[in-house]
Design a protein around this ligand. Sequence first.
Ligand SMILES: [Zn+2]
Length: 174
Amino acid sequence: MCFCEKCGSRLTRKVCGPDGLIPYCETCREFRFPTYSSAISVLLYNPNRDKILLIQQYGRSDNILIAGYINKGENAKQTLVREVEEEVGLHVTDYVYNDNEYFEKTNTLMHNYAAAADSENFTLTGEVDRALWVPEAQVLDAMKPGSLARSFAERYLKKKQERRSGGSGPDPVL
Ligand SMILES: [Zn+2]
């Protein structure tokens, strides 16, 4: 960020307490903290909770997760329920928070959930080219290595595995 979003002046940098150097507008005499978007993505399970829905979008063959930006005024859980309905016509019956990570390419903080749908009978909307239920044990192999979506899936499946083998971490699983 080089210019003030309010007055257009070139920003300098000024120490802002423990936050260190922060972009500063000399004209407005205000700090201009960097902004970013927030979005959700979801490991959507079938009612039996043994398969995850992967989708393909924008004419590409990569298997990805249902995802979408959090609208202004919306909370992340509302976005999760709305995006699942909008993209595949399914209703979320249950969800747990998985993890979050900043994604530099789109300047977005991505919040990932695991959720369960009320049915396997999805309806493709215009936003999605293809969707498929993938058995949980095969889901990592079906996703692009190094992708954030796959990393979220790895983290969640690890927690689930730990829980199955008697561990009791602080994170809930479905
Ligand atoms: Zn300004």
